[in-house]
Design a protein around this ligand. Sequence first.
Ligand code: FES
Ligand SMILES: [Fe+2]
Length: 386
Amino acid sequence: MSNSGTLTTLVERSLRHLNERTTDQSDATMELPVSDYLDDAIWRREMDALFMRRPLVLGYSAELKAPGDYRALTIRKIPLLLVRGKDGVARAFLNACRHRGTQLLDNGCGHAMRFACPYHAWTYDSQGALVGIYQEKLFGDVNKSERGLTQLSCVERAGIIWGILTPGIPLDIDAWLGSYLPVLDGLKIGEWHVAERRSLPGPNWKVAFDGYMEGYHFNVLHRPSVGKDTKGTMLGDQFGLHQRLIFAREGLRGFSDPTALPAVSDAVFPVHIIYPNVSIAGGYHDQMLISQILPGDTIDTSITLMTILSRNPVENDDKQRERMRKYADYIQAVIRDEDYLAADRIQATLSSGANRTFLIGRNEYPLQHFHRCLKQHRDSELPQAE
Ligand code: FES
Ligand SMILES: [Fe+2]
């Protein structure tokens, strides 16, 4: 394992594995307690330690292109409003009126410079300030400056809008991403265009997410679909908490001369894992699928938000839009009918007592890394609001 990697080096490393029928490996297999997926206390600790108190991917620069562009979404029962202010800054707010708490906007994307509450029409601007109170004289005194939308720590970096769901916890994105930042930056996500959005219900969030971090299943589960092109041969590089997986593509087979390799996008397929719950599949070619795996309301459910991005604009290009729609249909079906079907079949046996531990292979070590990081965060002190 190494963290090295110009694109050419990644292709050369992949070619070696492909020709030698090998893959990157860790030193040993790992036993993972099945109770990690079943124990309510562990689940609640993960919700608190990770989803409520550490930086999460909330959205993408590409969906907030202009001032007033917004996205409303719910994560862990927290209604959020992401909006680019008239000053150009992307912010994250709780999507809740400061009068009596009505959710301001239904989930979805749109454009507005003002947000009026549907209940009594208190109105907020694109930077969250309370700017209008209906029948203000009748209502009574309000200190407007104290009643702006509740803001969350939020920062825009590498084309991604990051935030922490508990108000007041500071967000140090450089510390969180560390050496991964230049890797993410290299994808230039901010320059891409949102083409399609989908969502998929699934089992326990870790059961669902585990499948994004190994290629061991490609040639079996995905034999009829993506396995035809993408091989289980894998490079796995860790950057602190986060990881980059590189899978060899069929186009690389048969090449022996490292100086005459095919284009990177034909040679390998990248998956970037943002800890703890996001996978970015693709990005070397002209399409990218970002999956946010969000825990559901109970331990045995999740919901995956899929955002399909296009390198080329789709707004005024019907052909490109249609191409992306087809890709979205295809990849959603693969994940639903292959990955999540398998994940459901894991969920179905969890509490049966068939396994007390799962065995995570040397060739599945990105999973080993993920579960070690999770344990470390569960066991460490909780970040506190300031
Ligand atoms: S709850 Fe929003 S204006 Fe009354
Ligand atoms: Fe898969």
